[in-house]
Design a protein around this ligand. Sequence first.
Ligand SMILES: Nc1ncnc2c1ncn2[C@@H]1O[C@H](COP(=O)(O)OP(=O)(O)O)[C@@H](O)[C@H]1O
Ligand SMILES: [Mg+2]
Length: 317
Amino acid sequence: MTDAAILTEKLTKHYGSLQAVHALDLHVPAGSVFGFLGPNRAGKTTTIRLLLKLVRPTAGRAWVLGQDVARGSARFLAQVGALVEAPAFYPYLSGRDNLRVFAHTGGYPDQKRIGEVLEIVGLADRQRDRVRTYSLGMKQRLAVAATLLNRPQLLFLDEPTNGLDPAGQAEIREIVRALGQAGHTIFISSHLLHEIEQICDHVAIIDRGQLLRQGTVAEILGEQSALRIEADPIDHAAALVTHLTHITPERTADRQLLIRVPRERAPEIVQALSAASVRVYQVVVERESLEQVFLRLTRAEALTRDEARTRDEVKKT
Ligand SMILES: Nc1ncnc2c1ncn2[C@@H]1O[C@H](COP(=O)(O)OP(=O)(O)O)[C@@H](O)[C@H]1O
Ligand SMILES: [Mg+2]
């Protein structure tokens, strides 16, 4: 457990009959930038609230920074930063003075830290200006700065780019990337796939409260790689590939096959084709984007659900 910043075991939160979070097993490695990806109402915010001890689980357990969330005094919260809801700033105070208020109420008297966090989020040159004059993106960066005041080991960011324009989103991504490189563990939720793909090294995909996949971004993308092979004669090639891999390739174009196997199998397939005197013109490794994986998984999940419902209805009749 020492290498896990967050660990959950069948973590569950039901609201009446609604399974907001159901039997979630998460493993967030220390030092990772962990993307928590899911469509609206998937259960992302509820999970984060469970991990911050803001709501009580219906069942299951969670450990944050090695401490059991349900037990004891939640000491781990002192080493955690969180941006779950937009914090309220005083519009007539400067960015710097707002952070002083936060530092004071949070019990972090270190004034030097205020300058540091303003630097990290790129607001040092606007720190004396009233928050009233800030753009939405600047307010959000100030909110991130506030979460950093206590030098957290672990940072929760719940959809931090929501509502921002593309430039504002890119600024937040840059900050997250820099914080990750500085060694913070970051748990960031999003429904934006490209965002997670760009800044995270690990990802969990959830939908309707349930975990669909979890792993490194490379693993999740790699598991769905495919080989596109251009060869002649193509029928012979298709037969050989089917025999070798037990997977029927798709015919995508004249003289082209698409085979859903990991790239590691490319040499053996090419060798077998050559040995059978099939001429291989081109081999391309194709990877699904995280977006395609996500859509495929959530669609598959919806299909399974529909099937189950149909079965239930058949049973009832
Ligand atoms: N306090 C609550 N009472 C009842 N239902 C809730 C409550 N909080 C969240 N939910 C429901 O739980 C589901 C998951 O919500 P949430 O965790 O906010 O999803 P996300 O953050 O992924 O959009 C939604 O259907 C939401 O309506
Ligand atoms: Mg949410």
